[in-house]
Write a protein that binds this ligand. Structure first.
Ligand code: 6PG
Length: 462
């Protein structure tokens, strides 16, 4: 009898299987198209403790009880279809883990559906791309606790390990918690990628640095507390030459950024929960604007340019601004996670989430260690303000960079949104009083006053 089955042999699925086999697990694999299973077994899986199944019932029959099955199929109807096929051959106590990028609301719905059958359904976030799946991903399982207790020894074995040896796999909470955490991970991923891209644009168009020089900047910033996987790969990407031409690879790529939806879902969920995540939303919208390439090409020569000529700040200032904006993006993500916890009581724990993001995932970053130590859900901004001198300097840098980007006419929506977010928190008084007055003027909506309790109306019309 095999220990576990994995269904869905696209590259992430294949690599997770190889990871499990390398860690001593006997794995059954099944894929809807037979040819893919054959190619996998004749290729990367050759000689390993991996056995094929050619249909769903025999895949289940090959497993020891309770059966453990990981789905790595495209998010959406494919998951529901597989559940329809699996349920008749599963028994109470068996476990189905959905490791795809499913929407958390689908996961909540499926968890409820399976609860009635006694089969456990657990939505699990998996991050780290192809390499992570093979060598050690960050795993964010949610759903019924007994499913985690049964799966724990397997997931901890195949997950990445942080520098202090902790496995980057932990229970995120009930129902849709695992996929919600992964969705927020991706929202932060969108924001940080956009912030890096804007900074690169300023280095390139603002400071006229060559791709190689911009790579050196990102490599120099990728040190100490500021170091992160996304900075590291950015430096590598910017150094890569286009093998089919003489230039750099990045210059040969069409400037339209696509997406599969998790960033958009993060913004949508944040709006629904009433939590501002401006850097994440700016990143989603920046991808949308990039997709309107034809219009951009048409209007580029027609729209007047900025006529202010100011010096773009030195690379060092850009690095400081980027690091502060990056931490603010994580803060927005964690604020959203806490709002989700207040709404659904899944058991989300910011420190546990930060711990599983310390290695294996795309947004792994050295400062997550600090975040684990200093993050206080009741005072989230204290994590940004924990080093006041650094903050004084960093906020000046962010201010300088966004001012000069605007003056130079180089769009920096993520950096700008981050600064506005920061400034909102340092504004003891915001102009919302005027918005309230306007609401009351045209709609008699009423307003509160700081000096006395009650709801009031203004003497607007004499
Ligand atoms: C990860 C990534 C992974 C995938 C994203 C890309 O954590 O390993 O987030 O899940 O690369 O889904 O998302 P977009 O296609 O939306 O950019």
């Amino acid at each position: 009898m095999n220990d576990i089955a994995l269904i869905g042999l696209a590259v992430m699925g294949q690599n997770l299987v190889l990871n499990m086999a390398r860690n001593g697990l006997a794995v059954t694999v099944y894929n809807r198209t037979r040819e893919r299973t054959e190619a996998f077994l004749g290729g990367p899986a050759k000689g390993q403790s991996i056995t094929p199944a050619w249909d769903v019932p025999s895949c289940v029959a090959a497993l020891s009880r309770p059966r453990k099955i990981i789905l790595m199929v495209k998010a959406g109807t494919a998951v529901d279809q597989l559940l329809d096929e699996l349920l008749p051959v599963l028994e109470p106590g068996d476990i189905v883990v959905d490791g795809g990028n499913s929407h958390f609301e689908d996961t909540v719905r499926r968890t409820r559906r399976l609860r009635e059958t006694g089969v456990f359904f657990a939505g699990m976030g998996v991050s780290g791309g192809e390499e992570g799946a093979l060598l050690g991903p960050s795993l964010m399982p949610g759903g019924p606790l007994p499913a985690w207790e049964q799966m724990r020894h397997i997931l901890e074995k195949i997950a990445a390990r942080s520098a202090d040896g902790d496995p980057c796999a932990d229970y995120m909470g009930a129902d849709g918690a695992g996929h919600f955490v992964k969705m927020v991970h991706n929202g932060i991923e969108y924001a940080v990628m956009q912030l890096i891209a804007e900074t690169w644009d300023l280095l390139r168009r603002g400071l006229n640095l060559s791709p190689g020089q911009t790579a050196d900047c990102f490599a120099a910033w990728n040190k100490g507390a500021a170091s992160s996987y996304l900075l590291e790969i950015t430096a590598n990407i910017l150094r890569t030459k286009d093998l089919s031409g003489d230039g750099f690879m990045v210059d040969a790529i069409l400037d339209t950024a696509q997406g599969k939806g998790t960033g958009l879902w993060t913004s949508q969920s944040a709006l629904n929960l009433g939590v501002p995540v401006p850097a994440i939303t700016a990143a989603v919208e920046a991808r949308m604007l990039s997709m309107r390439r034809e219009e951009r090409q048409r209007y580029a020569p027609l729209l007047p340019a900025a006529d202010v000529s100011l010096d773009i700040p030195a690379p060092e200032t850009l690095g400081k601004a980027l690091f502060l904006a990056t931490r603010l993006a994580y803060l927005q993500g964690f604020s959203l996670l806490m709002a989700a916890e207040r709404t659904w009581n899944w058991g989300l724990d910011p420190a546990r989430i930060a711990r599983v993001w310390r290695a294996g995932c795309i947004i792994r970053a050295a400062f997550l260690d600090d975040l684990v130590r200093t993050f206080a859900p009741e005072a989230p901004l204290s994590f940004i303000a924990s080093a006041p001198e650094d903050l004084a300097d960093a906020q000046l840098a962010l201010r300088r960079v966004t001012t000069l980007a605007a003056a130079a006419g180089i769009p920096a929506p993520g950096l700008g949104a981050s600064l506005a977010y920061y400034d909102a928190f340092r504004s003891a008084r915001l102009p919302a009083s005027l918005v309230q007055a306007q609401r009351d003027y045209f709609g008699a909506h009423g307003f509160e006053r700081p000096d006395r309790p009650g709801v009031f109306h203004g003497p607007w019309k004499g």
